[in-house]
Design a protein around this ligand. Structure first.
Ligand SMILES: [Zn+2]
Length: 187
């Protein structure tokens, strides 16, 4: 199952940004995002192969604020409140001044960009991310954004399984829950 190759790519980036940049719990442990240079390196790694340069600490911090907004979209969908998710995405599209235009560069074929004319680096990326989320929410698979249902984990995921039954952020969480259920049955 996929939306289209570009949307798949963008939504995968959104998932990675939310999971790396927002505090909470991950696979059974408290999670604190990296700070400063480490944060910048993490964001550079996620956005690779774009941008062709290192992301600055300030840019990474700005993207962290957007990552909180993206998380709220996943949480709303997971709670069954698609209306709230859609409102948030619309606000993000307006805030980031997202607007589609065709671009061709670096030897690539024509493809859509979504950033506004005067955005910052982070706002440009956020515009693309918000557009990816909008494509998902506006389509048949609008309920495919999820938050891990394992205990002590709140990492997000996009469910690309055929029948849309994914519940966990990772096989690590799936195995934790299976093991706990197995122990409970034996006890
Ligand atoms: Zn998890």
């Amino acid at each position: 199952m996929n939306f289209n190759s570009h949307t798949d790519l963008v939504v995968a980036v959104v998932v990675q940004l939310v999971n790396a940049l927002t505090a909470g719990e991950a696979r059974g442990r408290p999670y604190t995002p990296p700070q400063g240079e480490e944060l910048a390196a993490a964001v550079t790694g996620i956005l690779r192969p774009r941008p062709p340069r290192e992301v600055s600490v300030a840019e990474a911090a700005e993207l962290t604020a957007y990552a909180q907004e993206f998380r709220a979209v996943f949480e709303a969908v997971a709670a069954g409140d698609v209306d709230a998710a859609a409102e948030r995405v619309n606000r993000l599209l307006a805030e980031t001044d997202a607007r589609p235009h065709l671009a061709r560069h670096d030897g690539e074929p024509w493809h859509l960009h979504f950033h506004g004319p005067n955005g910052t680096f982070a706002a440009d990326w956020a515009a693309g991310c918000a557009t990816g989320l909008a494509v998902v929410l506006g389509g048949e698979f609008h309920d495919r954004l999820g938050v891990c249902t394992a205990p002590r984990c709140d990492r997000v995921f996009v469910d690309t399984s055929r029948n849309g039954t994914r519940r966990f952020c990772s096989t690590a969480c799936q195995n934790r829950v299976k093991t706990a259920a197995f122990r409970a049955r034996r006890a």
